[in-house]
Unconditional design. Structure first.
Length: 177
């Protein structure tokens, strides 16, 4: 089997600038401020030996319903990505598995598993920091949010605090090698 999406490790996490018109942030906050909170969660993950990815679920009024970081290593659970954990916790906080009107803010472009969870949760949009050239399923490798057969797709906006998000991942893996 030949992989067609092979790139050097130092180029995997890309700090592309934001593209397209910026969607309005929830009341009383900004995407940069929310990404800053997600980055704090990602740094906590790094201190625990987890891949440094942090995620928040924010409602349309700007309230953070839930936040999470990767916990795959500590929980021995391959599905314990920051996005999935944040969606689970937000659904519990909201008392509903449908999170319409909410936005997921995550430091790294979600993978295909996470885009499936995002679609099932019916979030309105996804804001991410760094792109992932190997596993990103919003725009880098696949377009996992855009399956026409499964209802309305959430909007996406990438590149928010991308340098900080990509730098954190690069630093983490550089230290481990």
């Amino acid at each position: 089997m030949r992989l067609c999406n092979v790139c050097p490790e130092e180029e995997r996490w890309r700090a592309f600038p934001a593209w397209g018109p910026e969607p309005p942030a929830p009341a009383g906050t900004s995407w940069r401020a929310l990404m800053g909170r997600a980055l704090r969660l990602a740094r906590r993950a790094a201190r625990l030996g987890e891949v440094p990815v942090g995620a928040l679920v924010v409602d349309f009024e700007g309230r953070v319903l839930a936040g999470a970081h990767n916990e795959t290593e500590t929980s021995h659970d391959p599905t314990a990505h920051a996005e999935v954990l944040a969606l689970r916790r937000a659904a519990a906080a909201a008392g509903n598995h449908r999170l319409g009107g909410c936005v997921l803010v995550v430091t790294l472009e979600p993978c295909l598993m996470c885009t499936g969870a995002i679609r099932e949760a019916r979030v309105a949009g996804v804001v991410f920091g760094a792109s992932d050239a190997r596993a990103g399923a919003v725009c880098s490798c696949l377009e996992g949010l855009d399956y026409a057969q499964t209802g309305a797709a959430p909007w996406s906006y990438g590149g928010v605090e991308a340098r900080a998000c990509a730098g954190l991942l690069q630093e983490f893996f550089r230290a481990r090698r």
